[in-house]
Design a protein around this ligand. Sequence first.
Ligand code: ARG
Length: 457
Amino acid sequence: MAKMWEGRLGGDTDKIADDFNSSIATDSRMFKEDIAGSIAHAQMLAFCNIITMDEEKVIIDGLRQILADIQSGSLKIDMACEDIHMFVEQELTCRIGDTGKKLHTARSRNDQVALDLRLYLKNETADIIQKTKNLILAITEKAEIGKDYIMPGYTHLQRAQPVTFGHQLMAYAFMLIRDIDRLNDCAKRTDISPIGSCALAGTTFNTDRFFEAQTLGISGVCENSLDGVSDRDFAIELLFDLSVLMMHLSRFSEEIVLWSSFEFRFIELSDAFTTGSSIMPQKKNPDMAELVRGKTGRVYGDLMALLTTLKGLPLAYNKDMQEDKEGVFDACDTVKACLDVFCGMINTLTPLPENMKKAAQNGFINATDLADYLVNKGLPFRSAYKISGQIVSFCIQNAQILETLPLKDYQTFCELIDKDVYTAVDLSTCLNNRKSYGGTSVPSVQRQIKIVQEKIK
Ligand code: ARG
């Protein structure tokens, strides 16, 4: 095929080399951004009297028509082109003739591709933020329902202290709120225009980079052209933010897998978000949660791949950088799919508060409350802790629980213990007493729900 650079290079490239070099299979999805960038570039060139207003009009009309034709499906992107930038330019020239060849004045594919990627990721980030908000809403709705469902809170996956289902869910809502904060922060650094950096050193033409950035609705321009064409920090940062987001979803997934097992049975997942087994009729598998947990690995991989690709590159553009897009697109696609499925899974799951409560009753998760009770009777905490431990040990040996251990048995360990111990170790007392800011009491969880709802408004 005839090449854009055929002025310098004579012979055709080998077909194998052509295929290897091509990125259009990956970057064709940036066609809208590429055309928007080219329209703004034509506007800038005319504004700066580098092309005439007539030429500007012909170029922009041509570009708009190409966009409409791609969107309607009447124009197929030619996969034989090296990349989307070449395709759009070639198609334009094909349609409007020599005027099309003026579009690439004071521009290079190096700044063009950096611009396209920033525009594309800016939109993706906004999309991901919206989907994260939807998930947070689903979580807070369930938390509202489960704000007084008592369940065991765990450390080391051992029953530790009573919490509410709502409290546990809200922990994830706050993680996701921080994920949104991080994404918004990253979006600020993505929203910087590299266009006008040209190949690497800027241009001899009297261009206006600020005009072009403004036309594109971008908030600033990069200050150094070498940095402008070489920087992929914004993509790495997005990948990191997405990795943390996935890590959060993955931890949540792990709990959903546990909670939906017969051993726990704290929740029942909807049939719509589970699968059966081809051989074991009793099975209802939490595949969605498992897949989210599994896909976390590939997003981490995308982050590591791009970090590694860039680590040894001298300034400015190197072809290695063409490898930047596949991973970051994969991460965005993966995260969006995970957020959608997670939202549906949360919306449709049924909490089983009876089972949560049963699990909370038999694990001595009120032992700390018994110690606190003894402290209120005047014992130092360490002594209270020891006595409480002895009582628990006695109960285990005698198949008793703190809620029903006879008073005379209690008193063999400490005569300060009185009838009011039963209120102190009652699970709802344990819960309601944890009034500290951020704690598990119902009013505290309600405040957490309010804070989150305010934040995502
Ligand atoms: N397809 C290339 C990429 O994605 C576009 C930039 C090409 N620039 C170059 N000098 N070959 O990175």
